[in-house]
Each structure stands twice: as structure tokens, then as C-alpha cells.
Design a protein around this ligand. Structure first.
Ligand code: FES
Ligand code: FES
Length: 156
């Protein structure tokens, strides 16, 4: 029997009817709410393509069962990172540095970097590489991604 789950996503309260309350958050975001910023990459918590924020922390939404979330926890996706029409500083920096090739990893890179920069005011290259070490990019745009995160850090 379908169960109704209440969530707070991108500052809106939403209800989702699901057959399986342990369904991954990623599926609810993409399939029930039409938020396609988070990507399905590995589905195993290993690539980072599905990264979103829960209460400001970067998490892998393919590994978060809906049943583990409460309606008070704030889920933010790539779509909710901007303030109105103004991109988040990390989004703007990725545009300025043209950091994407195919773009598949970029949701995860931006969401991971945004959570990292919220807590790290003046990171060096090594800090940034460490923060993004578990986000995979098959296109090899790592150098531009690191430049973009440095640019965003400088624009705090
Ligand atoms: S799809 Fe979630 S970590 Fe790869
Ligand atoms: S830009 Fe293609 S996977 Fe990173």
C-alpha cells in the first residue's frame, strides 16, 4: 500500500506517495519531484553524481532511504542552490571556468564543493582536491574543477 512521506526540498514542504519507504531519496527527487540536477551514476555511493545537501551536509542521495528523513530536515538540490535568479558562487565559478565537459559529474562536484566551502574559508589546491577526491569525473576536467572551486572560494 502506498505511503505518504513528507519532506522539505528546496525550502518547500512536499508530500510523496511511495510503495517503498526505503526507496532512495535520489529516485524521489528525480522521478516524483522532477528534480534532475542530482544524477544517477553508480547507485552505490561511489561516484558522487547524486550528491545533495541534507541540513547543509553533502550526502549521496542514492544511499539515503526516504524513511531515514524527517519533514524538518532541509534537503537542497542543485536546483535550490541559487538565490532566485542569482547562481550560487560555486555555480557561477563553474560557468566562468567552463569546468564541464559532458557535465555528468558536475552536479556532484558543485554540491560537494558548496558544502565544503561553507565550512572552509581559504582552502588551497590540496584541500580542494581532498574534498573532491571521492567525486569521480570520467572526462578528466579535474584541473578546471579545482580552478572553479578556488575562484568560488575567492568570491566568498
Ligand atoms: S549515484 Fe550515488 S554515489 Fe554514484
Ligand atoms: S565532465 Fe564528464 S564526467 Fe565530469
Amino acid at each position: 500500500m502506498a505511503k505518504s512521506i513528507s519532506l522539505n526540498v528546496n525550502a518547500k514542504s512536499v508530500k510523496i506517495n511511495v510503495d517503498d519507504p526505503d526507496m532512495p531519496l535520489l529516485y524521489a527527487l528525480r522521478d516524483n519531484l522532477g528534480l534532475h540536477g542530482p544524477r544517477f551514476g553508480c547507485g552505490l555511493g561511489q561516484c558522487g553524481a547524486c550528491t545533495v545537501h541534507v541540513d547543509g551536509k553533502a550526502v549521496r542521495s542514492c544511499q539515503v532511504p526516504l524513511s531515514s528523513l524527517t519533514a524538518k530536515q532541509k534537503v537542497v538540490t542543485l536546483e535550490g542552490l541559487a538565490k532566485g535568479k542569482t547562481p550560487h558562487r560555486v555555480q557561477q565559478a563553474f560557468i566562468d571556468e567552463q569546468a564541464a565537459q559532458c557535465g555528468y559529474c558536475i552536479n556532484g562536484m558543485i554540491m560537494e564543493a558548496a558544502a565544503f566551502l561553507a565550512a572552509s574559508k581559504n582552502p588551497n589546491d590540496a584541500d580542494i582536491k581532498q574534498a573532491l577526491a571521492n567525486n569521480l569525473c570520467r572526462c578528466g576536467t579535474h584541473a578546471r574543477i579545482v580552478r572553479a572551486v578556488k575562484r568560488a572560494a575567492a568570491n566568498a
